[in-house]
Design a protein around this ligand. Structure first.
Ligand SMILES: C[S@@+](CC[C@H](N)C(=O)[O-])C[C@H]1O[C@@H](n2cnc3c(N)ncnc32)[C@H](O)[C@@H]1O
Length: 443
């Protein structure tokens, strides 16, 4: 039996925003937790998701918009309540303005004293009367883009420097959109035709993915509620992640190392691509995440995965040289490519993180290379857009290991790309922002 929600959807949204911003919860996990714990109809579930994601996505833009009317420092929940309300006023035009202000004042009454109620009411009424601060008033184009799309300035500057203004603008706006719903077919358990027909019969609007062979797309709803997902014929995964595994070009009976594997999205695809033969050794530095890999393997009926805890920088002590036919290093990264799914990344990651991660990433690749057989393939991937974590790591590997050469793969073929290093930008491919480079080891 699910519990009943205390208060209404906006109270729940406010609490979630507090948990994410002040308690450090991850937006996707916190939201799923509420959806699974409480009784919510479809309409409320959608509204809650939109309120939480929208307010978080637009956080800095909302602060800027209401800035002319805010005097002094606001306490945590009051600031979140105002952001939540201004988000609705600016972006959810089908909700009447008066209803938004009324709800906000009622929440303020439930949570605070008379003075706070007056502050909330006053700020929102001034906002309605005079309109928020206009983005056009920000003269510097980079600052304007940062504020309007609610990104830190350093991130916008880095993308402009690395990819140009137009691409940076595309990325920043794409980061505030809803990601596509994609799933991977477990071809060890079903065929593409069978699963598409079954999903269509159950009323899901599905189709083949436009450029990733093993993927399907859903127009609305969720794959998670389908029989096909529950009995292990589907995995929910972004197309870009599937391409990282396609770049490995695994074959049956191979021995594969997946060094940064949890929660196992790519490990299980490698195992499926080998048709449940050979062996995938899957590691992660966090012991508590190993069970997630095992759960996925069990759900998908895969028996060729061995998962255990390991700090990747110590991998050479664990295996003999030249053990593996294939190695995947899906490295820990700044995650700027998955901002659409976890908007809080915009506010928690710093440029220092990018630099620190690039050193760890290089180390993970460097330590793994001796374990690769000659003729074998190593794929380095990240879910980020920053050359310091991507192209520059690859350049360091090429400079230090003359026997490692970049190669084109089945991932390149599907994307019809000439560049050896693949940088997917979210505005170009309707995917997460993602980087893939495949090396072959020569004598
Ligand atoms: C991008 S995620 C991997 C996602 C995974 N490959 C998938 O597709 O489901 C990076 C993972 O690296 C792990 N990690 C971080 N530092 C590590 C290290 N030094 N050695 C091994 N794993 C590490 C993190 O715990 C995290 O689970």
């Amino acid at each position: 039996m699910k519990k009943r929600l205390k208060g209404n959807v906006r109270d729940a949204a406010l609490q979630l925003l507090m948990d994410i911003e002040e308690g450090g919860s991850y937006s996707n996990l916190a939201l799923n937790n509420v959806i699974q714990t409480y009784e919510l109809n479809e309409k409320d579930r959608r509204l809650l998701t939109q309120l939480v994601y929208g307010t978080l996505q637009m956080r800095d833009a909302l602060d800027y918009r209401m800035s002319p009317y805010v005097r002094g420092k606001l306490s945590g929940w009051v600031r979140q309540l105002l952001r939540l309300s201004v988000y609705q006023l600016d972006y959810l035009t089908r909700i009447p303005d008066r209803a938004i202000v009324y709800e906000a004042v009622e929440i303020a009454k439930r949570r605070g004293h008379q003075g706070i109620v007056r502050t909330v009411n006053g700020i929102l009424r001034s906002y309605l009367r005079s309109g928020g601060a206009p983005f056009e008033a920000i003269e510097d184009p980079l600052e304007r883009l940062a504020t309007e799309t609610s990104h830190p300035l350093w991130m916008i500057e880095a993308w402009v420097n690395q990819y140009g203004f137009e691409a940076a603008e595309g990325i920043a706006f794409a980061n505030n959109t809803v990601p596509e719903r994609t799933a991977r077919i477990n071809r060890t358990q079903t065929t593409d035709e069978e699963v598409l027909e079954e999903l269509t019969d159950f009323g899901y609007a599905v189709e083949k993915h436009p450029y990733v062979d093993v993927a399907i797309l859903l127009a609305e709803g969720s794959f998670a509620s389908s029989f096909a997902f529950r009995d292990g014929r589907l995995s929910i995964q972004d197309a870009s992640s599937m391409l990282a595994v396609d770049a490995l070009e695994v074959e049956e009976h191979m021995t594969v190392l997946d060094l940064c594997a949890a929660p196992g999205g790519k490990t299980t695809y490698i195992a499926e691509s080998m048709n449940n033969t050979g062996k995938v050794y899957a590691h992660d530095i966090h012991a508590h995440k190993i069970s997630k890999i095992e759960e996925q393997a069990t759900r998908l009926h895969l028996t060729n995965i061995e998962a255990s805890e390991l700090d990747g920088v110590d991998v050479k002590e664990q295996y003999e040289p030249s053990t593996f036919d294939r190695i995947l290093i899906d490295a820990p990264c700044s995650g700027l490519g998955v901002i659409r799914r976890k908007p809080e990344i915009k506010y928690t990651k710093s440029e220092e993180d990018v630099v620190a991660l690039s050193h760890l990433q290089f180390k993970l690749v460097k330590e793994s290379i001796p374990l690769l057989k000659v003729g074998g393939t190593l794929v380095y991937s990240t879910c980020t857009m920053d050359q310091r974590e991507n192209e520059e790591v690859v350049t360091r590997v090429l400079a230090q290991f003359p026997n490692m050469r970049l190669k084109k793969t089945y991932a390149h073929e599907q994307l019809d790309l000439e560049e050896e290093m693949i940088q997917l930008l979210p505005n170009e491919w309707e995917s997460d922002g993602f980087f893939i480079a495949a090396f072959v080891k020569e004598e």
